[in-house]
Design a protein around this ligand. Structure first.
Ligand SMILES: Cc1cc2nc3c(=O)[nH]c(=O)nc-3n(C[C@H](O)[C@H](O)[C@H](O)COP(=O)(O)OP(=O)(O)OC[C@H]3O[C@@H](n4cnc5c(N)ncnc54)[C@H](O)[C@@H]3O)c2cc1C
Length: 381
């Protein structure tokens, strides 16, 4: 087993780390405080070729492998959770479904501009009354002969107010349950689509999250993504892969909290010595580092299995639930190590904690990840 990164993986990680620490980290606090959308940062990320990182060059991408993309997401998250979730939703939820299930014409029309960074992608599955229970969605797409007509409402859509295009799940055969769902590519300017206000949130404040309202929203027939009534299966596959990327976000936020804590523990003095001299602080730092290392290994394994084309539902759920909850504990301890300053908005650890909290909820809650793991275990025995 080889735990060394390839030269290309190291290069991508180093380039993104330099960019994230040089251009994103210095602005992260301001982005969190103003909630302003960081368009200039995303423009620079497009110039670096990051917005299409995993896609082949003929679709405007850079052809990077799974692990390289995870390393890039981790580095961006270590600088700003808001930029990381915007980037991650764009790649893993907005663009990947088109790459995985789109026709050649759809890829040219919708994927290429996303990969080139000419606009952001987003994914609309959740509704006011259906989150974990996504099969209970009410949004409907009716076949009106020469077009599709969508009616319904989506909720908690990352980049709702800034996206160029959405992949939207809707019922096409309501009586057929999970076998009656299809996905559609919906441009942000589709007639009949309205976007709600930016939701006020605990963290990820520079990432707008919105409701979408579809009222007789008309779409050309060619905007159906993949086969009719196979939408549920499609977004389950998309979410499997996306869950590994959430583990990368949590790793980035947790790592940043640990690095900040190591620095602070060596600088801050109490009882005549740096607090790093106290064993109780050392134990905390050791546990934080060990948990993040274990999370990293799960993420690596999930990445290797995905790259080999293996089924990743169980390992991706394990990587997500472990990394996100490990990062939650790490950020919690980071605040404790910082004492009163941990609770202050002057230092970034409280932001890491708030931003990371989302990773235990989005793309399937911790409870749903455990259900998926258990289902696989019980089927396996
Ligand atoms: C900031 C943010 C960004 C988001 N971005 C997007 C996006 O871009 N696109 C999108 O489609 N969605 C997005 N979401 C929605 C997110 O995926 C859902 O919030 C999440 O899946 C949980 O759904 P819910 O909020 O309806 O909670 P619910 O499903 O109502 O769950 C409430 C609680 O019940 C638990 N629960 C539910 N069912 C079970 C069960 N069977 N067994 C045990 N426990 C259960 C849950 O784990 C949770 O603790 C986003 C959410 C947030 C907060």
């Amino acid at each position: 087993m080889d735990f060394e990164l390839t030269e290309e993986q190291r290069l991508i990680r180093n380039v993104v780390r330099e960019f994230a620490q040089g251009e994103i980290a210095p602005r992260a606090r301001e982005i969190d405080e103003t909630g302003e959308f960081p368009w200039e940062i995303l423009k620079k990320m497009a110039e670096l070729g990051l917005m299409g990182l995993p896609f082949p060059e003929n679709y405007g991408g850079a052809g990077a492998d799974t692990l390289s993309c995870l390393l890039a997401i981790e580095e961006i998250a270590a600088a700003s959770g808001s930029v990381a979730i915007t980037y991650n939703a764009h790649l893993s939820l907005g663009a990947v479904p088109i790459y995985m299930f789109g026709t050649e014409a759809q890829k040219q029309k919708w994927l290429v501009p996303l990969a080139r960074g000419e606009g952001l992608g987003a994914f609309a599955l959740t509704e006011p009354h259906s989150g974990s229970d996504s099969a209970a969605m009410k949004t409907r797409a009716e076949d009106r002969g020469d077009e599709w007509v969508l009616n319904g409402q989506k909720m908690w859509i990352t980049s709702g107010s800034v996206a160029r295009s959405f992949v939207v799940a809707a019922k096409t055969d309501p009586a057929a349950g999970v076998h009656g769902v299809s996905n559609f590519i919906v441009p942000a300017d589709a007639p009949g689509l309205a976007v709600g206000k930016d939701e006020p949130k605990m963290g990820m404040k520079g990432s707008p999250t919105n409701q979408l309202y579809f009222q007789d929203c008309r779409l050309p027939k060619e905007n159906l993504l993949g086969r009719l009534n196979e939408g549920f299966k499609q977004f389950m596959l998309v979410l499997d892969a996306a869950r590994i990327t959430i583990s990368a976000m949590a790793l980035g936020l947790g790592r940043a909290a640990l690095e900040q804590s190591i620095k602070y523990a060596q600088e801050r003095e109490a009882f005549g010595q740096p607090i790093a001299g106290f064993q109780s602080i050392q134990m905390k730092l050791a546990d934080m580092a060990t948990e993040l290392e274990a999370a990293r290994l799960l993420m690596f394994k999930a990445a290797v299995m995905k790259e080999r084309g293996e089924r990743i539902t169980k390992i991706a759920a394990m990587a997500k639930v472990f990394a996100t909850e490990a990062a939650d504990r790490v950020c919690w301890q980071a605040i404790q190590i910082h004492g009163g300053m941990g609770y202050s908005r002057e230092l970034p650890v409280e932001r890491f904690y708030r931003d990371n909290r989302l990773t235990l909820i989005g793309d399937g809650t911790s409870e749903i990840q455990r259900l998926l793991i258990a289902r696989h275990l019980l089927k396996e025995v």
